[in-house]
Design a protein around this ligand. Structure first.
Ligand code: MTE
Length: 305
C-alpha cells in the first residue's frame, strides 16, 4: 500500500486497480467495528437544518467508516480503526497572528456562547467521491471576528495537532506534519464556512476530526482540516498540506470544478458513497455557486489553482 501511495502521489486513484473498490470493501465490512474511540455526547440547543439539501443523507456508518485522516493511516478505514488513541479533551485552540486580540481558548470557551447550527452539506472529495453530511457547528467568522483581524491579514492559516504518540500516521512520512490548510480572508469569513464540532447531533468522532474541524462545502474535501489547534491571520498565502506534497496536482483554492480534471482522473462525475458508480454529475462549486462564485470573479477558473 505504501508503494502504491508513493506512485499515486499520495492520493488514491479512483478506479485504479483495486484501489477505491478495495477501500469501499473495507468500509462496508467495517461498519460493525468499534467506533474508533471518543465517546459521543449529544449536542444541546442545535438550530436544526439551517442549511439543507433535498438529497438523502449518508448513513452515520458511512460517514464514520470511510475517511481520509492520514494522521491515522492512509487506508479509508484506518481513521476509524486507529483514531481512538487521540485524546481530544482537554483541547486548546490558539487564534493569533495579525489581529488585535490573540488568545488561546479551551475549546468549551470558544464555543460556549455560540448558537450551534445543523448544516447539511455535500462533501466532495478530490478523489471523485461524495457524501451528504449533517454537520453541527458554528460559522467560522464568529470566532474570527472577536480576534479583530488587522487590515494586513489577507489569509487565515490552520494547523492540525501534532502528536505522533497518539497519531500513528505522523510517525510516517505520508505527508509533511502537521497537516496545514488555509483560506483567503473572504472565504474564511463566508457564511457557508463552518467549524464543525459534531454530526448527526452528537460530538464528532475522532475519525471525522474531533473535537473541531473546518468544513468549506464548495471546495474539495481536503481543505476541511481536522482536529485544529491553531488559527492564524497571515499576510501571505499560507502553505497547504497537499500543495506541499504535490504542487502540480493540488492548488490553494481547490474549488470544486467539474471542468478542471485532476491530472490523473476526470472530475466531471462523482460516486455518491456507498455506491461505487459515478452516477452524479459534479456541480460547479459543489452546487454552492450562487453563494460563492462572486468571490472569484476575474479569476480564470479553468486553471487549477
Ligand atoms: N485533515 C487532516 N488533519 N488530515 C487529513 O488527512 N484529510 C482531508 C480532510 N481533512 C485530512 C484532513 C481529506 S482528503 C478529506 S476528503 C476530508 O478531510 C475527509 O473528511 P471526512 O473523513 O470527515 O469525510
Amino acid at each position: 500500500r505504501r508503494e502504491f501511495f508513493r506512485l499515486a502521489g499520495g492520493l488514491l486513484i479512483p478506479g485504479a486497480a483495486g484501489s477505491l473498490a478495495g477501500a469501499c470493501g473495507d468500509a462496508s465490512s467495517a461498519a460493525g467495528l468499534s467506533d474508533g474511540g471518543g465517546r459521543q455526547l449529544p449536542l444541546q440547543n442545535v438550530k436544526a437544518k439551517v442549511i439543507n439539501t433535498d438529497e438523502p443523507l449518508n448513513r452515520f456508518e458511512d460517514i464514520t467508516s470511510y475517511n481520509n485522516f492520514y494522521e491515522f493511516g492512509t487506508g479509508k478505514n484506518d481513521p476509524q480503526r486507529y483514531g481512538g488513541s487521540l485524546k481530544t479533551s482537554p483541547w486548546t485552540v490558539k487564534i493569533d497572528g495579525l489581529c488585535n486580540k490573540p488568545a488561546s481558548y479551551h475549546l468549551e470557551d470558544l464555543i460556549k456562547d455560540q448558537q450551534l447550527e445543523e448544516r447539511i452539506y455535500r462533501l466532495r472529495c478530490v478523489e471523485a467521491w461524495s457524501m451528504v453530511i449533517p454537520w453541527v457547528g458554528i460559522p467560522l467568522s464568529t470566532v474570527l471576528n472577536p480576534a479583530e483581524p488587522q487590515g494586513k491579514a489577507k489569509y487565515v492559516a490552520f494547523t492540525t495537532l501534532f502528536r505522533p504518540g497518539e497519531m500513528p500516521g505522523q510517525r510516517t512520512d505520508a505527508l509533511q506534519w502537521p497537516y496545514v490548510e488555509g483560506l483567503r480572508m473572504d472565504e474564511a469569513m463566508h457564511p457557508l464556512t463552518i467549524l464543525a464540532d459534531g454530526l448527526y447531533g452528537k460530538t464528532l468522532m475522532n475519525q471525522n476530526g474531533a473535537p473541531i474541524r473546518l468544513v468549506v462545502p464548495w471546495k474539495y474535501g481536503f481543505k476541511g482540516i481536522k482536529s485544529i489547534v491553531q488559527i492564524k491571520f497571515v499576510e501571505k498565502q499560507p502553505p497547504t498540506a497537499w500543495s506541499i506534497a504535490n504542487p502540480q496536482e493540488y492548488g490553494f483554492y481547490s474549488n470544486v470544478n467539474p471542468e478542471v480534471d485532476h491530472p490523473r482522473w476526470s472530475q466531471a462525475r462523482e460516486k455518491r458513497l456507498p455506491s461505487l458508480f459515478a452516477t452524479y454529475k459534479t456541480q460547479m462549486f459543489n452546487g454552492y455557486g450562487d453563494q460563492v462564485a462572486s468571490m472569484y470573479s476575474g479569476m480564470d477558473l479553468k486553471r487549477n489553482y
